[in-house]
Design a protein around this ligand. Structure first.
Ligand SMILES: [Zn+2]
Length: 290
Protein backbone atom coordinates (compact mmCIF):
# COMPACT_ATOMS: atom_id res chain seq x y z
CA UNK A 1 0.00 0.00 0.00
CA UNK A 2 1.60 3.28 -1.05
CA UNK A 3 1.86 5.76 1.81
CA UNK A 4 2.64 9.47 1.64
CA UNK A 5 6.39 8.87 1.47
CA UNK A 6 6.02 6.57 -1.56
CA UNK A 7 3.86 9.08 -3.42
CA UNK A 8 6.27 11.94 -2.67
CA UNK A 9 9.15 9.83 -4.01
CA UNK A 10 7.10 8.94 -7.10
CA UNK A 11 6.21 12.60 -7.75
CA UNK A 12 9.87 13.59 -7.42
CA UNK A 13 10.88 10.82 -9.85
CA UNK A 14 8.25 11.85 -12.41
CA UNK A 15 9.22 15.53 -12.05
CA UNK A 16 12.93 14.84 -12.42
CA UNK A 17 12.30 12.84 -15.56
CA UNK A 18 9.49 14.70 -17.35
CA UNK A 19 8.92 18.21 -15.90
CA UNK A 20 9.39 20.73 -18.71
CA UNK A 21 8.79 18.03 -21.34
CA UNK A 22 5.96 18.05 -23.87
CA UNK A 23 3.46 15.22 -24.20
CA UNK A 24 3.69 13.85 -27.75
CA UNK A 25 0.90 11.33 -27.48
CA UNK A 26 -1.79 10.63 -24.90
CA UNK A 27 -3.88 7.47 -24.60
CA UNK A 28 -6.52 6.98 -21.91
CA UNK A 29 -8.50 3.84 -21.15
CA UNK A 30 -10.48 5.06 -18.18
CA UNK A 31 -14.10 6.16 -18.42
CA UNK A 32 -13.37 9.11 -16.14
CA UNK A 33 -10.81 10.43 -18.63
CA UNK A 34 -12.98 10.24 -21.76
CA UNK A 35 -12.06 13.03 -24.15
CA UNK A 36 -8.87 13.90 -22.30
CA UNK A 37 -6.05 14.68 -24.71
CA UNK A 38 -2.89 16.11 -23.21
CA UNK A 39 -0.81 15.88 -26.37
CA UNK A 40 1.02 19.12 -27.07
CA UNK A 41 0.85 20.07 -23.39
CA UNK A 42 3.94 20.46 -21.23
CA UNK A 43 4.17 18.89 -17.77
CA UNK A 44 5.00 21.75 -15.40
CA UNK A 45 5.49 19.69 -12.26
CA UNK A 46 4.57 16.53 -10.42
CA UNK A 47 3.47 17.03 -6.84
CA UNK A 48 2.21 14.90 -3.97
CA UNK A 49 -0.25 15.95 -1.29
CA UNK A 50 -0.72 13.18 1.24
CA UNK A 51 -1.30 10.07 -0.85
CA UNK A 52 -2.58 12.05 -3.85
CA UNK A 53 -0.43 12.47 -6.97
CA UNK A 54 -0.94 15.70 -8.92
CA UNK A 55 0.49 16.18 -12.43
CA UNK A 56 0.17 19.85 -13.43
CA UNK A 57 0.17 20.84 -17.10
CA UNK A 58 0.70 24.18 -18.84
CA UNK A 59 -2.94 24.50 -19.90
CA UNK A 60 -4.13 24.96 -16.31
CA UNK A 61 -5.19 21.35 -15.86
CA UNK A 62 -4.09 18.82 -13.27
CA UNK A 63 -4.20 15.08 -13.76
CA UNK A 64 -5.03 13.61 -10.36
CA UNK A 65 -4.39 10.03 -9.22
CA UNK A 66 -4.77 8.05 -6.01
CA UNK A 67 -3.29 4.56 -5.99
CA UNK A 68 -5.28 3.04 -3.08
CA UNK A 69 -4.09 -0.60 -2.79
CA UNK A 70 -3.69 -1.54 -6.44
CA UNK A 71 -2.29 1.26 -8.58
CA UNK A 72 1.22 1.95 -9.76
CA UNK A 73 3.09 4.11 -12.26
CA UNK A 74 5.82 3.10 -14.68
CA UNK A 75 8.21 6.00 -15.20
CA UNK A 76 10.38 6.00 -18.32
CA UNK A 77 10.23 2.55 -19.85
CA UNK A 78 7.19 1.23 -21.70
CA UNK A 79 4.82 -0.79 -19.51
CA UNK A 80 4.42 -4.48 -20.32
CA UNK A 81 1.01 -4.92 -18.65
CA UNK A 82 -1.95 -5.66 -20.96
CA UNK A 83 -3.52 -2.59 -22.52
CA UNK A 84 -6.70 -2.64 -20.45
CA UNK A 85 -4.64 -2.26 -17.27
CA UNK A 86 -2.78 0.76 -18.66
CA UNK A 87 -5.41 3.35 -17.71
CA UNK A 88 -3.40 6.33 -18.94
CA UNK A 89 -0.24 6.51 -21.05
CA UNK A 90 1.71 9.64 -21.84
CA UNK A 91 4.49 9.55 -24.43
CA UNK A 92 7.19 12.17 -23.88
CA UNK A 93 10.13 12.81 -26.20
CA UNK A 94 12.41 10.48 -24.25
CA UNK A 95 10.19 8.06 -22.40
CA UNK A 96 6.75 7.05 -21.30
CA UNK A 97 4.64 7.56 -18.19
CA UNK A 98 2.02 4.87 -17.60
CA UNK A 99 -0.63 4.63 -14.88
CA UNK A 100 -1.33 0.93 -14.25
CA UNK A 101 -4.53 -0.21 -12.48
CA UNK A 102 -4.88 3.27 -10.98
CA UNK A 103 -8.28 3.11 -9.23
CA UNK A 104 -8.84 6.86 -8.84
CA UNK A 105 -8.05 9.11 -11.78
CA UNK A 106 -9.42 12.44 -12.82
CA UNK A 107 -8.75 15.86 -14.24
CA UNK A 108 -9.30 19.10 -12.37
CA UNK A 109 -8.44 22.74 -13.00
CA UNK A 110 -5.12 23.40 -11.25
CA UNK A 111 -6.72 26.44 -9.61
CA UNK A 112 -9.35 24.16 -8.08
CA UNK A 113 -7.20 21.31 -6.73
CA UNK A 114 -8.74 22.08 -3.34
CA UNK A 115 -11.78 20.11 -4.44
CA UNK A 116 -9.53 17.03 -4.28
CA UNK A 117 -7.04 17.76 -1.51
CA UNK A 118 -8.67 20.60 0.45
CA UNK A 119 -10.11 18.23 3.06
CA UNK A 120 -6.71 16.79 3.95
CA UNK A 121 -4.83 17.60 7.14
CA UNK A 122 -1.28 19.00 7.05
CA UNK A 123 0.96 17.11 4.62
CA UNK A 124 3.73 15.19 6.39
CA UNK A 125 5.84 15.04 3.23
CA UNK A 126 5.22 18.61 2.07
CA UNK A 127 7.86 21.31 1.60
CA UNK A 128 8.12 21.97 5.32
CA UNK A 129 7.26 19.60 8.16
CA UNK A 130 4.06 20.36 10.10
CA UNK A 131 4.33 21.24 13.79
CA UNK A 132 4.04 18.07 15.93
CA UNK A 133 1.95 19.80 18.61
CA UNK A 134 -0.56 21.01 16.02
CA UNK A 135 -0.70 17.56 14.42
CA UNK A 136 -1.17 15.87 17.82
CA UNK A 137 -4.05 18.24 18.58
CA UNK A 138 -5.71 17.30 15.28
CA UNK A 139 -5.20 13.58 16.00
CA UNK A 140 -6.93 14.04 19.36
CA UNK A 141 -9.95 15.95 18.00
CA UNK A 142 -12.17 12.95 18.66
CA UNK A 143 -10.87 11.48 21.95
CA UNK A 144 -12.61 8.12 21.57
CA UNK A 145 -10.99 7.16 18.25
CA UNK A 146 -8.32 4.44 18.57
CA UNK A 147 -4.78 5.66 17.86
CA UNK A 148 -4.35 3.75 14.59
CA UNK A 149 -7.70 4.99 13.30
CA UNK A 150 -6.70 8.59 14.03
CA UNK A 151 -3.29 8.15 12.33
CA UNK A 152 -4.95 6.74 9.21
CA UNK A 153 -7.60 9.48 9.00
CA UNK A 154 -6.11 11.71 6.30
CA UNK A 155 -8.26 14.66 7.39
CA UNK A 156 -6.21 14.73 10.63
CA UNK A 157 -2.81 14.55 8.95
CA UNK A 158 -1.98 13.43 5.42
CA UNK A 159 0.59 10.77 4.64
CA UNK A 160 0.58 8.03 7.27
CA UNK A 161 -0.55 4.64 5.99
CA UNK A 162 -0.92 1.29 7.68
CA UNK A 163 2.78 0.50 8.20
CA UNK A 164 3.15 3.67 10.28
CA UNK A 165 -0.19 3.07 12.03
CA UNK A 166 1.25 -0.26 13.26
CA UNK A 167 4.91 0.63 13.80
CA UNK A 168 4.70 4.07 15.46
CA UNK A 169 2.41 2.87 18.30
CA UNK A 170 4.79 -0.07 18.90
CA UNK A 171 7.84 2.19 18.96
CA UNK A 172 6.35 4.34 21.75
CA UNK A 173 4.73 1.42 23.60
CA UNK A 174 1.10 2.46 23.08
CA UNK A 175 -1.59 0.17 21.68
CA UNK A 176 -3.07 1.05 18.30
CA UNK A 177 -6.39 0.44 20.15
CA UNK A 178 -5.69 3.05 22.84
CA UNK A 179 -8.25 5.90 22.53
CA UNK A 180 -6.32 9.02 21.44
CA UNK A 181 -7.88 11.15 24.17
CA UNK A 182 -6.21 8.98 26.83
CA UNK A 183 -2.68 9.27 25.40
CA UNK A 184 -0.27 11.63 27.11
CA UNK A 185 2.57 13.10 25.03
CA UNK A 186 1.17 12.13 21.64
CA UNK A 187 3.27 14.91 20.07
CA UNK A 188 6.31 12.71 20.84
CA UNK A 189 4.98 10.00 18.52
CA UNK A 190 4.37 12.64 15.85
CA UNK A 191 7.88 14.08 16.31
CA UNK A 192 9.26 10.60 15.56
CA UNK A 193 6.85 9.68 12.77
CA UNK A 194 7.20 12.96 10.89
CA UNK A 195 10.96 12.92 10.28
CA UNK A 196 10.77 9.16 9.68
CA UNK A 197 8.22 9.44 6.86
CA UNK A 198 10.09 12.47 5.47
CA UNK A 199 13.33 10.49 5.36
CA UNK A 200 11.56 7.65 3.58
CA UNK A 201 10.12 10.20 1.14
CA UNK A 202 13.62 10.88 -0.15
CA UNK A 203 15.10 7.40 0.12
CA UNK A 204 13.30 4.06 0.28
CA UNK A 205 12.58 1.35 1.10
CA UNK A 206 10.52 2.12 4.20
CA UNK A 207 12.52 0.87 7.17
CA UNK A 208 11.06 1.60 10.61
CA UNK A 209 13.75 -0.13 12.70
CA UNK A 210 17.08 1.20 11.44
CA UNK A 211 18.32 -2.39 11.23
CA UNK A 212 19.35 -3.79 7.87
CA UNK A 213 19.03 -0.36 6.27
CA UNK A 214 18.21 -0.67 2.61
CA UNK A 215 15.62 -3.35 3.36
CA UNK A 216 11.98 -2.95 4.42
CA UNK A 217 12.44 -3.96 8.05
CA UNK A 218 9.70 -3.54 10.67
CA UNK A 219 9.24 -4.26 14.40
CA UNK A 220 5.75 -5.84 14.42
CA UNK A 221 4.20 -5.17 11.02
CA UNK A 222 4.12 -8.58 9.34
CA UNK A 223 5.66 -10.31 12.37
CA UNK A 224 4.48 -12.98 14.82
CA UNK A 225 6.35 -12.19 18.02
CA UNK A 226 7.30 -9.03 19.85
CA UNK A 227 11.02 -8.35 19.21
CA UNK A 228 11.37 -6.95 22.75
CA UNK A 229 9.54 -9.46 24.98
CA UNK A 230 8.88 -12.36 22.55
CA UNK A 231 5.13 -12.33 23.34
CA UNK A 232 3.09 -13.51 20.33
CA UNK A 233 1.58 -10.37 18.81
CA UNK A 234 -2.17 -9.77 18.74
CA UNK A 235 -3.83 -8.69 15.55
CA UNK A 236 -6.90 -7.44 13.71
CA UNK A 237 -7.58 -8.49 10.18
CA UNK A 238 -9.38 -6.19 7.77
CA UNK A 239 -12.80 -7.58 8.71
CA UNK A 240 -12.43 -7.44 12.48
CA UNK A 241 -10.50 -4.19 12.73
CA UNK A 242 -12.52 -1.23 14.05
CA UNK A 243 -10.72 1.01 11.53
CA UNK A 244 -10.93 -1.42 8.60
CA UNK A 245 -7.24 -2.17 8.26
CA UNK A 246 -5.20 -5.05 9.63
CA UNK A 247 -3.15 -4.24 12.68
CA UNK A 248 -0.64 -5.80 15.09
CA UNK A 249 0.46 -5.02 18.60
CA UNK A 250 2.22 -6.63 21.53
CA UNK A 251 -0.34 -7.36 24.28
CA UNK A 252 2.41 -7.07 26.89
CA UNK A 253 4.29 -3.90 25.83
CA UNK A 254 1.24 -2.12 24.41
CA UNK A 255 -1.52 -2.65 26.96
CA UNK A 256 -4.64 -0.52 26.74
CA UNK A 257 -4.97 1.41 30.00
CA UNK A 258 -7.16 4.25 31.27
CA UNK A 259 -4.27 6.57 30.45
CA UNK A 260 -1.04 5.80 28.66
CA UNK A 261 2.11 7.90 28.28
CA UNK A 262 4.12 7.88 25.05
CA UNK A 263 7.34 6.12 26.07
CA UNK A 264 10.18 8.13 24.54
CA UNK A 265 12.89 6.19 26.37
CA UNK A 266 11.62 3.03 24.66
CA UNK A 267 11.59 4.85 21.33
CA UNK A 268 15.17 6.05 21.76
CA UNK A 269 16.30 2.53 22.62
CA UNK A 270 14.43 0.87 19.76
CA UNK A 271 15.59 3.45 17.23
CA UNK A 272 19.22 3.61 18.38
CA UNK A 273 20.38 2.67 14.88
CA UNK A 274 17.76 4.60 12.89
CA UNK A 275 18.88 7.75 11.05
CA UNK A 276 15.73 9.46 12.35
CA UNK A 277 17.57 9.80 15.69
CA UNK A 278 19.77 12.46 14.09
CA UNK A 279 16.83 14.60 12.97
CA UNK A 280 16.44 17.84 14.97
CA UNK A 281 12.72 17.11 15.41
CA UNK A 282 13.38 13.78 17.16
CA UNK A 283 12.54 14.20 20.88
CA UNK A 284 15.71 14.88 22.84
CA UNK A 285 16.36 12.96 26.03
CA UNK A 286 15.24 15.03 29.01
CA UNK A 287 18.21 15.93 31.20
CA UNK A 288 18.37 14.06 34.49
CA UNK A 289 16.94 16.49 37.12
CA UNK A 290 19.59 15.58 39.71
ZN1 LIG B 1 6.37 -6.85 23.76
Amino acid sequence: MPEGDTIRRLADRIGARFAGHRVERCVTRDPRLVGLDLSGRTLLEADAVGKHLLLRFDDGRTLHAHLLMTGSWRVGRAATEPEWRRRVELWFDDGRLTGIDVPILGVVATAHEDVIVGHLGPDLCGTSAPDPLAVAARLQRDPDVPLAGALLDQTNVAGFGNVYAVELPFIVGVSPNQPVGSIVGLEGLVAIGTPMIRQHATAGPRNTTGRRLGTADHFVYGRRNCPLCATPVSSWDERTSPWGRQSKWCPTCQRVEPSRVVDLARARKLLALHPVRRDPMFPAAVADPR
